[in-house]
Design a protein around this ligand. Structure first.
Ligand SMILES: Nc1ncnc2c1ncn2[C@@H]1O[C@H](COP(=O)(O)OP(=O)(O)OP(=O)(O)O)[C@@H](O)[C@H]1O
Ligand SMILES: [Mg+2]
Length: 511
């Protein structure tokens, strides 16, 4: 934390109000950032964090209120204009061209003084300099497609720094990172702040917020409900401020008698996109009433395993049984009918159709079946009623069931998918990263729903990179490393360190 007295804020947002049809997204928000500070914006899904930052970045115009940079009022009318005022935004969905190099990506859109090629040399030199100064470890001549998610993010940071960003907006930068990548990028953020920049950080992970922030502003329903610091607040206080009530950070799980094995996987081999085996001889068995957690660092075969179970990827060898039926070579539709519900990792890509409205996504997978469809005609009355019930039951925050799904906040899209998948009353529930990007109130709800499946006799598999989530939810924990299961531990015998070691390739002590 900076020890010298604070200079006047580099950024002041005063009385910002923004309305969308049916939603007051920002309600007279005051928000300041000082030089040298990491200022966190905390709030539930739909609280208005991204909206406030999109206003700052010139993507939206506020209906009311003003923005001052270094004490002077500004009108930010476009991202290009915001950039010229020293504002940079690291988007969660990276805006990089995979077939170009790092330097070419950074150079894109710069006003060229000479030719693109002569510029590239200058650009590369400056990239190396910035990379050195802030410990970014980015090489100008690497192609983007060769880089990991964490490296791509660092390229986005370089891009903003190259354009002399002094205020950096980081909207959920850690949602896509592994725990060790988070540590690395936090060191970088700290250095950027110590160098006199102002950082706006958005995250749903309370421990991260406490570790990184100098200041924390909490938003609820578009309004500021608190300003605090890590010294003054703990995880429970922050949760309370965000949600307005006490939040359970782990679900209650009643003891349950397990039944027969509803998911049986034997010696499964699955190829990844690169053509090599991503899943190498996996055996798993999950019983009715049981939750099996699969922990592991991303890129160790988890998505390929999930896609094979769901029928989106054909295994090379081995077998998968769901509820006693061999489903290895079934289509995704047939697998659903055999009793699988699937909550995919990439919710915008595989979970919903963004352009469809809420009710259409609620029946996305069974629109061809009664009671939604009779004699080839959709039964709109039934569809409306069913969607309205689910929106209510699962507290999906949306102006109506006719709202275009992509306008919902991330956590609410996830609740929509959970509602659809659980209302199918599955035999086997497969959920990948079920609470990634989801606020703690919604995460609590989703965890309760998954835990509640045990009493219904569902066999659940939860794949997650969030170790706390796996430890809190699972009855047994399997750890995946390089396509293999390193071991399976009962929840009561699991410790963070033993699971963490297995995540890096150590065998289980004795499981
Ligand atoms: N372009 C848009 N059109 C209509 N409504 C929108 C639009 N963008 C955001 N909203 C609505 O404004 C509210 C605030 O959304 P915002 O994306 O700012 O939330 P958030 O705090 O970033 O949530 P999350 O943590 O889920 O990312 C939500 O109710 C959302 O549905
Ligand atoms: Mg957001």
């Amino acid at each position: 934390m900076p020890s010298e007295p604070k200079t006047p804020p580099m950024l002041q947002m005063k009385g910002i109000t923004k309305r969308f049809p049916g939603v007051l997204a920002n309600d007279r928000v005051d928000f300041h950032v000082h030089a040298g500070e990491v200022h966190t914006l905390l709030g539930e899904n739909g609280a208005g964090k991204s909206t406030l930052m999109k206003i700052l970045y010139g993507l939206y115009r506020q209906d009311e209120g003003e923005i001052l940079l270094h004490g002077k009022p500004v009108e930010l009318i476009s991202p290009a204009h915001a950039i010229s005022h020293g504002i940079g935004m690291i988007h969660q969905h990276f805006m990089l061209v995979p077939t170009l190099t790092v330097a070419e990506n950074v150079a894109l859109g710069l006003k060229s003084k000479r030719g693109f090629l002569t510029d590239l040399k200058t650009v590369s030199e400056k990239i190396m300099e910035l990379s050195e100064t802030f410990g970014l470890h980015v090489h100008p001549y690497d192609y983007i497609w060769q880089l990991s998610v964490g490296e791509r993010q660092r390229v986005e940071i370089i891009k903003a720094l190259y354009r002399d960003a002094t205020i950096l907006i980081l909207d959920e930068p850690t949602a896509v990172l592994t725990p060790s990548e988070v540590e690395d990028v936090f060191a970088i953020f700290r250095r950027l702040a110590d160098d006199g920049r102002g950082l706006v950080f958005i995250s749903h992970k309370l421990q991260e917020v406490l570790d990184l922030s100098d200041q924390i502003t909490v938003l609820r329903h578009g309004r500021v409900t608190g300003d605090t610091t890590p010294a003054e607040s703990d995880r429970h206080d922050l949760a309370q401020m965000m949600v307005g009530r006490e939040v359970k950070l782990a679900p209650d799980k009643a003891p349950v008698q397990t039944g027969s094995s509803l998911l049986v996987i034997k010696d499964l081999f699955v190829r990844g996109d690169r053509g090599t085996h991503a899943v190498k001889g996996v055996d798993l068995e999950v019983k009715a009433g049981e939750i099996l957690g699969i922990a592991g660092i991303s890129g160790n075969g988890q998505p390929e395993l999930a896609e094979a179970i769901a029928g989106l990827r054909t295994p090379d060898a081995g077998s998968i049984q769901i509820n006693g039926r061999e489903t290895t070579s079934f289509t995704p539709d047939q697998i659903r009918q055999a009793g699988l519900s699937y909550v995919p990792e990439e919710r915008m890509k595989d979970g919903v159709v963004g352009q469809f409205d809420v009710k259409e996504n609620m029946i996305l997978l069974n629109h061809g079946e009664p009671p939604y469809c009779k004699n080839g005609f959709l039964n709109f009355k039934h569809i409306r009623k069913h969607s309205e019930e689910l929106v209510k039951e699962y507290t999906v925050k949306t102006p109506s069931i006719d709202t275009t799904t992509k306008n919902l906040s991330g956590g609410n899209i996830q609740k929509l998918i959970m509602a659809r998948e659980l209302s199918a009353e599955p035999k086997v529930l497969l959920a990948s990263q079920p609470t990634r990007g989801v606020d703690i109130g919604a995460a609590e709800y989703i965890h309760e729903q998954i835990a509640g499946q045990r009493e219904r006799g569902t066999a659940s598999v939860v794949i997650s990179e969030d170790l706390d989530e796996v430890m809190a939810l699972s009855d047994r924990i399997a750890v995946m490393f390089e396509g293999k299961i390193m071991g399976i531990v009962k929840q009561e015998n699991a410790t963070r360190s033993s699971i963490g070691l297995m995540m890096t390739g150590e065998k289980a002590p004795d499981s």
